[in-house]
Ligand binder design. Structure first.
Ligand code: PEP
Ligand code: MG
Length: 600
């Protein structure tokens, strides 16, 4: 019945207007298509008199939608209403987030004569000879069938964390349906590139070329870049996104591109790699002598005088100093642009990492992974107590986690029965069942080292309220037996087992705090082992964010987050906006996490 209803129903229409100055380009299109594909209904996009399937990246890109263009989405079939609502919401947020990269402001310079001026991709000053891009094509004999080469390329791109690669994957998925040979693929790509030429989306041509090269390399046609053994500034028309990683490992000091834009993927990746680079749209020649590429002042000086070289070196020193100053800000509070303070704590495993955390600007310890305190040999009670005392003296606010052994974490001095599924077996708080004496000794050492200091003790892998209350009462018994007052200790849990998501209201009555362990929570939500070499759960999946929303909404006790997600630059804004105000990250990520928060 509903099949016929859907079949004969009228399509739902909505008009969408591109508001981003970048146009509706590859990365947002890829995200849009990925959501569109999750609905069973037909979804078409019409602009002027051209209608395309909105579930295909290359089709949607072929509309060449630019700022102020309005197109119509026409949705028909099952779940059309839901799809319309979801796509409209996503489109509006994509447009809002996709801010234009403004021309970077130039600094002034005092060179005798600037030979060329350009547009800045990434600031910095480089002094080295100019070297023109060179590559060679190598034909290998062990070739794969075309379909396998495409499949492997899709898999490679899917493994990457970069939006750019995921967008390229969507493009290739679209091309996979229509190309059955390399010649077919080349023809489709040539056509797509011709359609893009001269439009505002022409920067995406390199993505198509990159895809083609990736497939070719799986077919045994490898393109090898040739770099000199000495420092150099690279001259190239453009670079493929995949070439930038290889370039970063060479002796490159700077890059000058002729045919790209400051919004291109190449430019984004050069900035991310921190490579001094400029766009100069003129023919330049390789040189034997040093030139000055001052990308901060947006100039290239071909025959520098002694004075020019001195001045360039002074600029280099100044840039170095600026970097150091940024690092000095690591001890400043992390305030969002609206003035909210976010606590940035550290995840540590032993005394040296706790000291590093202090030097890197941590404001507390959000997770002390006590299983890493003594790795080789079983510690004595005194040894444990001393290590805890030393760490506790470093910060005011500290959360210690009781031993989280099991799964992929085994200690040579703790015997665990061999299990078929160790991640689902004796692990974390479940050790209270099998290794009670060990945990009692640990709790005793912690309580003694805490003296009267306020301290948080947390249990890992808790999956039910009873598990927590049992562990807490065992801890209280230890204190009673030893005649210790533990009124200074708060007790909480890691949220890393999905059952807890449905028990928060009950936990609120018994715990003092929560810390979200997204590493395990992700593993258990997707049933993908976190150490698996082929399978990889997406920690940025909406599933994770809806789990986090649920926790924050239902909890009446303080919640922090200590999984790797807390330092993920793509997640921090959302985490903060969700109401998570304590992020605990690895010591080396503290300065950067604070800096990102300052822009939220
Ligand atoms: C987690 O699971 O997210 C977590 C922080 O704990 P660990 O990585 O030590 O399992
Ligand atoms: Mg964990």
């Amino acid at each position: 019945m509903s099949f016929f209803k859907n079949l004969f129903s009228k399509p739902l229409n909505i008009t969408l207007t591109v508001t981003s100055s970048n146009g509706f380009h590859l990365r947002p299109v890829a995200q849009f298509v990925s959501l569109a594909k999750s609905f069973p209904c037909n979804i078409d996009a019409t602009f002027h008199d051209k209608t395309v399937n909105a579930k295909k990246v290359n089709a949607l890109l072929s509309l060449s939608l630019e700022k102020e263009n309005t197109f119509t989405l026409s949705i028909k079939g099952k779940d059309a209403k839901k799809a319309l609502h979801a796509l409209n919401t996503l489109f509006l947020s994509l447009m809002k987030e996709d801010v234009e990269v403004k021309n970077i402001e130039k600094t002034s310079h005092s060179y005798a004569k600037a030979s060329y001026e350009g547009d800045i991709i990434a600031k910095g000053v480089a002094i080295a000879p100019l070297y023109a891009y060179q590559d060679e094509i190598i034909h290998h004999t062990n070739t794969l069938p075309f379909s396998e080469a495409i499949q492997l390329s899709i898999e490679d791109l899917g493994k990457s964390d970069l939006d750019i690669n995921l967008a390229q994957k969507e493009l290739l998925l679209g091309l996979q349906e229509s190309a059955t040979t390399l010649e077919d693929l080349e023809a489709h790509i040539t056509q797509a590139c011709q359609n893009l030429e001269g439009t505002k989306l022409s920067a995406k041509i390199v993505d198509y070329q990159d895809i083609l090269q990736r497939v070719k390399s799986h077919l045994g046609i490898e393109k090898k870049l040739i770099f000199p053994e000495h420092d150099f500034i690279l001259l190239a028309n453009d670079l493929l996104p995949s070439e930038i990683e290889i370039l970063s490992q060479s002796k490159v000091k700077g890059v000058i591109l002729k045919e790209t834009s400051i919004n291109s993927h190449t430019a984004i990746l050069l900035r991310a790699a921190g490579l001094t680079s400029l766009i100069i749209n003129q023919a330049l020649k390789a040189s034997q002598e040093d030139v000055i590429l001052d990308a901060s002042a947006a100039v290239l000086v071909i025959d520098p005088t002694e004075k020019d070289l001195e001045s360039a070196k002074t600029s280099q020193d100044e840039i170095e100093t600026q970097k150091e100053q940024a690092s000095e800000k690591r001890f400043d509070k992390a305030l969002t642009s609206k003035g909210h303070t976010i606590n940035v704590y550290a995840n540590v495993g032993d005394v040296p990492s706790a000291k590093t955390a202090k030097e890197e600007g941590a404001e507390g310890i959000g997770l002390l992974r006590s299983e890493f305190l003594f790795k080789e040999v079983a510690p004595t009670f005194e040894g444990q107590s001393e290590a805890y005392s030393e760490i506790f003296s470093l910060f005011d606010d500290i959360t210690v986690r009781t031993l989280d052994v099991g799964g992929d974490k085994n200690l040579p001095y703790i015997s665990l029965e061999k299990e078929n599924n160790p991640f689902l077996g004796i692990r974390g708080v479940r050790l209270f069942k099998t290794h009670l004496a060990l945990l009692e000794e640990q709790l005793h050492a912690i309580f003694l080292a805490a003296k009267s200091k306020k301290l948080k003790v947390m249990f890992p892998m808790v999956s039910s309220v009873e598990e927590f209350t049992h562990a807490k009462s065992l801890a209280e018994n230890v204190a009673k037996k030893q005649g210790l007052d533990i009124s200074n200790i708060l007790f909480g849990i890691m949220i890393e087992v999905p059952s807890v998501l449905f028990l928060i209201k009950d936990f609120n009555d018994v715990v003092d705090f929560y810390s979200i362990g997204t590493n395990d929570l992700t593993q258990y939500l997707f049933a993908i082992e976190r150490t698996h070499s082929t399978l990889k759960a997406d920690e940025l999946s909406p599933v994770i964010f809806s789990a986090l929303t649920r926790i924050v909404t239902e909890s009446t006790k303080p919640v922090s987050i200590c999984g790797e997600l807390a330092a993920n630059d793509k997640a921090i804004k959302q985490l903060v906006n969700l109401g998570l105000h304590t992020l605990s990250v690895s010591p080396k990520s503290i300065a950067q996490t604070k800096e990102i928060i300052r822009h939220v």
